[in-house]
Design a binder for this molecule. Structure first.
Ligand SMILES: *Cc1c(COP(=O)(O)O)cnc(C)c1O
Length: 371
């Protein structure tokens, strides 16, 4: 039996395109007519605009969020023999980037309520081999990276995985702290600011770091055919930059709407006793609205039968993924993340969602909780 097309999807990129079609079509036509597809004025302009939006000095556009993380680690000199602390509950790319530079990911459990990296626990995993910590602003929920700033004096670098956190109140999205580590963004289509393809960026206040990331992303070149170091091909392209420039003026409005939807959900779902609602935190941009329920799979099927699509971010903690089994991760290493993976469910949330749709989803969840 094939599942019917959901009437309320998890995200709806076509609905968004319909609201900005003229701007997008115009931006793409501009690039096609310019004949400049790699680098050039669109990319440079987006980098200026995204740095300004984040309150950072520099922005380097790259080919994806994963590339942003990998290039940042490499540019910081993280490599063979180094350990990098990452949360057990995140998208695989956070740890993949560590492996790509030949360092070892060290998986650390998350906090029970926020489900972001447990900073006190992370501190206990810091060893003489720890080169960096990657806090992930999961679901658009800012982690207070300033709380780790004392570690930087011991040579531990803080690299922010901001792939789900466009415009949060992180050091690069509201309050500026001099100790903020570089922040790595993804513009994967479904992210809060999404391209129409793969794209990413690193923002930082460190000029030499920005320069090195830019060089590594462009074949290590200093001149057209002069290559100072072995780099890679991981540049942001002009089509994606033009799409992102067209979308950026809408981002604040979209974030406001995401917050409204989250508050609406929380008000409607408050009476469900078995349901644990996501916590509020200052600056949260609601990439996902994630509830917890002891019968998560049954709830997800119940909603699917009613045409409501849901997601699980993520079903397996990274230390139990086959890809990382060589690190010896065992059940029980990160109990908070392990339990969360059984219970979390992401409800539909996108700026174009109507209040009626939010109510439909909430009604169905409430019906399930009554059964
Ligand atoms: C999406 C995402 C990435 C990777 O971004 P890509 O652009 O898909 O490479 C990394 N970390 C987190 C937490 C993400 O959600």
């Amino acid at each position: 039996m094939s599942t019917p097309k959901p009437s309320i999807p998890l995200v709806d990129l076509r609905a968004q395109y319909a609201t900005i079609q003229t701007e997008i079509d115009g931006a793409l036509a501009r690039v096609l007519q310019s004949g400049r597809f790699i680098g050039g004025p669109e990319v440079a302009a987006f980098e200026r605009e995204w740095a300004a939006y984040c309150g950072a000095e520099y922005c380097v556009g790259v080919s994806s969020g994963t590339a942003a993380l990998e290039l940042t680690l490499r540019a910081l000199g993280v490599g063979l023999g180094d350990e990098v602390i990452v949360p057990a509950l995140t998208f695989t790319a956070t740890a993949e980037a560590v492996c790509s530079v030949d360092a070892l990911p060290v998986f650390v459990d998350v906090e029970p309520r926020s489900l972001t990296l447990d900073l006190n626990l992370a501190r206990r995993y810091v060893s003489q081999f720890t080169a960096a910590i990657i806090p992930v602003h999961l679901y658009g929920q800012p982690v207070d990276t300033a709380a780790l700033s004392d570690l930087t004096t011991r040579g531990v670098r803080i690299v922010q995985d901001a792939a789900q956190a466009h415009g949060t109140a992180t050091p690069y999205g509201g309050f500026r702290t001099p100790l903020a580590g570089p922040a790595c963004f993804s513009f994967y289509p479904g992210k809060n600011l999404g391209a129409y393809g793969d794209a990413g960026a690193v923002v930082t206040d460190d000029e030499s770091l920005a320069k090195r990331i830019r060089r590594l992303a462009d074949h290590g070149r200093t001149e057209k055919y002069e290559h100072l170091e072995v780099g890679q091909s991981a540049r942001l392209d002009a089509m994606q930059a033009a799409v992102l420039r067209a979308k950026l003026p809408h981002l604040n409005g979209w974030t406001v709407r995401r917050r409204e939807i989250a508050e609406h959900y929380s008000a409607l779902l408050e009476p469900c006793r078995q349901l644990l609602l996501p916590p509020y935190s200052r600056g949260r941009v609601w990439h996902q609205y994630v509830v917890r329920h002891p019968q998560r799979d049954a709830l997800a099927s119940y909603l699917a039968e009613r045409g409501i699509e849901t997601g699980i971010h993520y079903p397996t903690p990274l230390h139990l993924q086959p890809a990382y089994s060589y690190l010896g991760g065992q059940v029980g290493r990160c109990p908070v993340a392990e339990r969360a993976c059984q219970e979390i469910l992401s409800l539909p949330l996108y700026p174009e969602m109507t209040s009626e749709q939010v109510e439909l989803v909430a009604d169905a969840v409430k019906e399930f909780c009554r059964d």
